[in-house]
Design a protein around this ligand. Sequence first.
Ligand SMILES: [Mg+2]
Length: 223
Amino acid sequence: MVNWNEIDTVLLDMDGTLLDLHFDNLFWMEHLPRRYAEIKGEEHAAARHRLIEQFRAEYGTLNWYSVDYWSQELGLDVRALKEELRHLIVIRPHVEEFLARLHRGPRRVLLVTNAHRKSLDLKMEETGLDRWFDAIVCSHDFGMAKEHPGFWAAMNAVEPFNPERTLLIDDNSAVLESARTYGIRWLLSLLQPDSTREPRHVEDFPAILHFDAIMPELAHIDA
Ligand SMILES: [Mg+2]
């Protein structure tokens, strides 16, 4: 699935890949609608229905991922509401061992996320994962989500990588598709981004359940 000898850059998604997507699913589908209804004094079911429709309309765009956009759109402090659930921000199994091994090895390791800076900061504060990366790339800085075909070229201009020798691991098939269009050779998805949902079927891309399936060797690292 992964030949480590042919890879010198590793690009890793955050939500649903390194972190359990349960936090995000619960936040957007349950917590935010409930708190919105409380704060605005609206009926819960109707408010939830309307909000979920509103989220869907922005799916896959930068707005969809933007704390500032939704704070303004809904007249709420979205980052503060996320704080209320921060105990549910959880690292997926085997991720720390995987990152520790990569960190000791020769490859460049980047976090590449559509998460808004305010979300990213909260999650790094909570998990401490930022210490493992050579760089952290936030798609909002490029004005394009990772789903956008132009994103990878824009990123490559700032954080150069050879697409032929790069591995991207991301739970979002639309993102993997845009990376494939750009020419990134090694692409991997996740079978269970949200630990509370059943593992899914992933079409078009190889997929792993957990990172123990592709652990880089420790042995050849120290030369
Ligand atoms: Mg993701």
